[in-house]
Design a protein. Structure first.
Length: 461
């Protein structure tokens, strides 16, 4: 079986532009442990008085900068993989920390979010296969007058001429400390998760925005990915506090059930991702090989970064990129998740044989032992008969959320208690907080992009 390797590039952009950037009193830069400027306010003309179209242009150029870094790293790493004579599948992925694309004064409107997605798609369409971008997170002013803390997972096209695949999802649990914006009356705009059984569902609001919708390969932040070589794996993401509410594994389990219901083979290999401001990845929340983009706990499990660059960026002042060696995508080691595979195939030997065909790294050896122990239990229940085994095992492994409540894993989205009717055929709604904004076109933004790039070039000289 071909192994899947992911070369992670962790990008720490602090809080995008939602906070001021700082320099030290003597004019030099003081660095925190992750290299961020601290001290007195820093005058940055890119940030001050930026119109919506200028903000979109700078966001787009920043994402293009990250995509270029991923492309260069991917080409270099492919040479090493080819030279080694292995047939491993290589993915190169950008992971950004939470709030990396937060704008200074106002969240993006739905229309601006759709334009940004179009700009990202145009740039990603020029990338070679097997390059992924997790762009987290973007503040979007939703049609229900709340702010959604959104992320985009972008996959470059498998074949030339195809469009990239872009998936949208949003943070589900926001603590009081999260950044908030003001409405036009200077009141606080509430933060809200996506609501799928609701007239303001992303399936309605984003239907013309260029993201994959009603996709059997997605359940929330869990996404089934097929590489250019035809090998499938799953990546499941928690955005900060979502980790403690088991959102990543809940979405993973629901995705497995969704795939199984339509007869799609379940990928055994799962990449677990956290994009956060600061949250410690305690072992009880880890179910597979973990990569985390975080101000404090940035890491790719089992690896040290081997290269670091400070990038002068079009959005904000600078970002810090940490390049890691490729990491093998693992089989989940948690018994509750393995049992979902068992429910599908009906025979634990399938998973056992896959583990044997996937020699563990030193880092994952103990986890594979735990997985085998879990499979031993599953095999015992298997002999009792499937219904008995399932009932007994579910009672044995009750998942808890961050408040100690039991989690229920269902294929149906949880209905919201607001009595709103589900909308059908809803177009993108105008929900901008700014009134009488001057209209602009894609050509206007692309023209501004050229100016932004020239300014960056002048800064480098």
């Amino acid at each position: 079986m071909r192994r899947i390797l992911i070369k992670e590039i962790i990008v720490i952009n602090r809080h995008g532009e939602v906070e001021s950037i700082y320099e030290s009193e003597d004019g030099g830069e003081d660095e925190s442990p992750f290299g961020f400027p601290e001290g007195l306010p820093f005058d940055n003309s890119f940030i001050q008085d930026s119109s919506p179209k200028e903000t979109l242009a700078r966001l787009s150029v920043f994402i293009e900068q990250l995509a270029l870094q991923a492309e260069l790293a991917h080409q270099e790493e492919k040479k090493s993989v080819t030279a080694s004579g292995s047939n491993d599948v290589l993915i190169t992925r950008i992971l950004t920390n939470e709030f990396s694309f937060y704008t200074k004064d106002n969240p993006l409107s739905i229309e601006e979010y759709a334009i940004l997605i179009e700009l990202i798609s145009k740039k990603a369409s020029r990338l070679p296969p097997n390059i992924h971008l997790l762009l987290a997170t973007i503040a979007v002013y939703w049609s229900d007058n709340t702010v959604h803390n959104c992320a985009l997972y972008v996959q470059s096209p498998i074949l030339s001429g195809e469009k990239p695949i872009v998936h949208h999802f949003a943070k589900e649990h926001s603590p009081p400390e999260d950044f908030v914006y003001l409405d036009k009356d200077d009141g606080l705009l509430p933060i809200s998760p996506d609501k799928y059984i609701h007239r303001y569902s992303p399936l309605n609001i984003l239907q013309n925005a260029g993201v994959a919708l009603n996709d059997l390969n997605q359940f929330g932040s869990a996404i089934r990915i097929v590489t250019a070589e035809g090998i499938a794996f799953i990546t499941s993401t928690a955005i900060c506090l979502d980790l403690e509410f088991h959102v990543a594994e809940q979405n993973l389990i629901n995705l497995l059930r969704q795939l199984n219901a339509v007869g799609i083979p379940l990928p055994l290999y799962v990449s677990q991702v956290i994009s956060s401001h600061t949250i410690e990845p305690q072992s009880e929340f880890v179910f597979s090989g973990l990569s985390q983009a975080d101000d404090t706990f940035m890491h790719v499990e089992g690896l040290q970064y081997n290269k670091k660059i400070i990038l002068e960026t079009a959005f904000g002042v600078k970002a810090i990129l940490y390049f890691h060696s490729p990491k093998i995508v693992e089989i989940p080691h948690r018994a509750d998740i393995l049992f979902e595979y068992f429910r599908s195939v009906g025979d634990p030997r399938y998973i056992w044989e896959s583990i044997l065909d996937h020699p563990p790294t030193i880092h994952s050896a103990s986890r594979m032992a735990a997985a085998k122990d879990a499979l031993g239990l599953i095999a015992m229940y298997y002999r009792l008969g499937m219904p008995t085994a399932y009932d007994y095992y579910n009672n044995l492994l009750i998942q808890k959320d961050g408040e100690g409540k039991e989690l229920e894993f269902d294929n149906e989205r949880e209905e919201e208690s607001d009595n709103e009717e589900e909308g059908e055929g809803m177009e993108l709604e105008s929900n901008s907080k700014e009134e009488n904004e001057e209209p602009y076109t894609m050509e206007d933004i692309e023209e501004i992009e050229l100016r932004v790039k020239r300014r960056l070039e002048n800064k480098d000289e």
